[in-house]
Design a protein. Sequence first.
Length: 183
Amino acid sequence: MSTIPLHTVALLPLLSGLRNAHAFITKASLHCTTTSTSPESLLTASLHPTMKDLRYQVYRFTDAAKFLPIRLNPALADRELKIPDVEQSFEELLERIQKTIRHLEEYKASDFDGVGSEDVIEVKFPGGKGFRMGVADHVARYSHPNFWFHVTTTYAILRMKGVDVGKLDFLNGAGEIEILDME
């Protein structure tokens, strides 16, 4: 029986999500141009008064993606991508996503050789809280859900604000899956 490399399970879904987010955020930027909608009205929108805006969501999903390789293999810490949260425009946010994609594409399966499910990842939050969990649990129960929460929130903000994005934009906006006529 063959196994699926950690690289495939951990990073490829994030790359797909980043590419699709890039595509639907590009649609949002074009929406502003074609409808005379103020970009700021989308960039500062949130789903609820207690939630952060679209910019924040992009900061967080790109951070979730770029931190994962180093959390999986701390020996890769010298390759950390440092991006301060300063992007304001759609163009700047799209470039941030592209930087994150390029960064993740640099990792190879061999970068995670020797990382086992019994290895423990420690995550610390501001205020002294945090948690420890095994690699598989970290990917499946924290890193990926956190990434997808912020990607989904970004998508939902755009839908709420009238941008013409649908389920296929979320799942395949970058066109990586060939959609076939199945009749």
